[in-house]
Design a binder for this molecule. Sequence first.
Ligand code: AMP
Ligand code: MG
Length: 631
Amino acid sequence: MNNKESISGLILAGGRGTRMGHVDKGLQPFGGSTMAAHVLARLAPQVASTAINANQNLDTYAAFGVPVWPDDTPGFAGPLAGLEAGMRRAGTTYLLTAPCDSPFLPLDLAARLLDGLTAAGADLAVAVTEEDGRRQVHPVFCLVKASLEPVLSAYLASGGRRMDGWYSQIKVAEVLFEDADAFRNINTLDELHSLDRAPAQARPARLADVVSCLSGYDPDALPVADAQRIIREFVTPVRAVEQVALRAALGRVLADDIVSPIDVPAYDNSAMDGYALRGADLLPGAPTRLAVAGTTYAGRAFAGSVAPGQCVRIMTGGVMPAGCDSVVPQEFVTVDGNDETSAIVLAPGVIRAGDNRRLAGEDLKAGSAALAKGKIVRPADLGLLASLGVAEVPVQRRLRVAFFSTGDELRSIGQPLDEGCVYDSNRYTIYGMLQRLGCDIIDMGVVRDDPQALEQALRDACENADAIITSGGVSVGAADYTRQIMARLGDVTFWKIGMRPGRPLAFGRVDSNGRSAFLFGLPGNPVAVMVSFYFFAREALLRMMGAEAPLDMVRARSTAAIRKKPGRTEYQRGILTRGADGMPEVRITGAQGSGILRSMSEANCMVVLHDAQGGVQAGEMVDVLLFEGLI
Ligand code: AMP
Ligand code: MG
């Protein structure tokens, strides 16, 4: 998109939010961030620069890192005043606007409006859609020549407020967009929340739309980060939710926030074994003597009342007796007399009023979110949910993933290993990695390098699974038909990624008999297949499962120099240990060939050397992905 240099983008967030109950629409939470952030993310790649028109919460908007322009025309004069402010400040030939509540706006909005404007020789291009034969104009999605600002200002000064009120004075082109949903705006909080609960929009529809947003996109030299970004944008979560018993939720993805039905702790209680007392009884300058009125037992509150000058023996977690607000640990008191239930004495200053008491709701208030949607449930979460008395939890349905290996040279375990053949090991590494992610797995075995067999396998996989993982056949090898068949069955692109190992990758969506599935065509080399899985497929599959779980890397000191050329990402197998000073230290395991699975097996981590990085000196810090704990 060369023409984007002539366009500034403006997010219209200047309204009062009246229909949302006077909240600032653009700042409403949506899909893990805010609505305006979504709009910005979709708009920014289409234009040279972006700004936000806002009239309140200016600091918050400024934190988005783009200029914030309030209206010049006072009094919340509507979107047209925002347009005016934008046209005055844009500094480019064109200004493109989108409202802050349109998180699905088309990724080709700028390009198509500009085409329409240019073709018609117009001053302004506006998006229109057709739904059920009705033509709908979307005046807040417009591309306008900034030089027309005086015309607009005169209209505003005359009291005009309608977004299309000044069209009679300029030449307007209407540009038809097919996808009416992309212009959907969100007007009420209810609508926002219901959408946010089901963010699985069947969008973006085409891979071409997604890649068109990357500047300098080259499928034959694609940086790792760009490939990751395209994949992230393209996959959509599965929507189905199931209610499962607490234990069955282990490893599953929460489909909704879990709101605590109770205060935790449910009542004020003691943080120590000791004596509950009234803080007001504590003497500042002399020992305090208190009569022991009784004992609270676990699970049973002290029934009586505690009078001034009295205390109650209490154990950790015991209910604070009425009237008591502090606990003195038992090691700070001397028991007066030989009967420990008679009286205690504590020295001045050992505790202050309020000490060692846990307040009801201190950990978690009833009605607040105990666990957030999208979390993968771990043992601690099971415990937390149990502590709230939650018996069942809503989880995303398991993701169904089909996988197969391709190659005439592959033999399955149990078959004789003919000359020139290798055992199919990818089938097992992929099985292991998918199993750890908690997917439902469909193992389709080895598929021959034969067009019909490949097509049949892909169709079967597509009709039965949400995602398909293949290995082999995606490089430009001779007898590999995989690429052709994949391309024929859907929207699939073939990349050469700037990485080592694992350069070739096929990604997209295939369709068969009305069903579709996301496709990850991984390379055939055994190490490359794992690297590609971890760095491309894993996060995408988790995203489809409704979870956000980016790879977590740690920093470690490299014990030796590592040779590396800038311009691509390298993944070297490493062994992480603790150095003599106790700090993490990593060394590279022997031979690093992409077929040498032993290097993977011996390693306990991968050293990730990023695109821009050159060779590493001994003692330099590097990024490391630990295998242990990796799902
Ligand atoms: P390809 O991308 O199909 O050309 O495969 C690249 C290399 O990986 C070849 O040497 C294959 O023999 C090997 N390979 C492909 N698939 C597998 C597999 N499933 N198990 C082990 N090695 C494989
Ligand atoms: Mg092959």
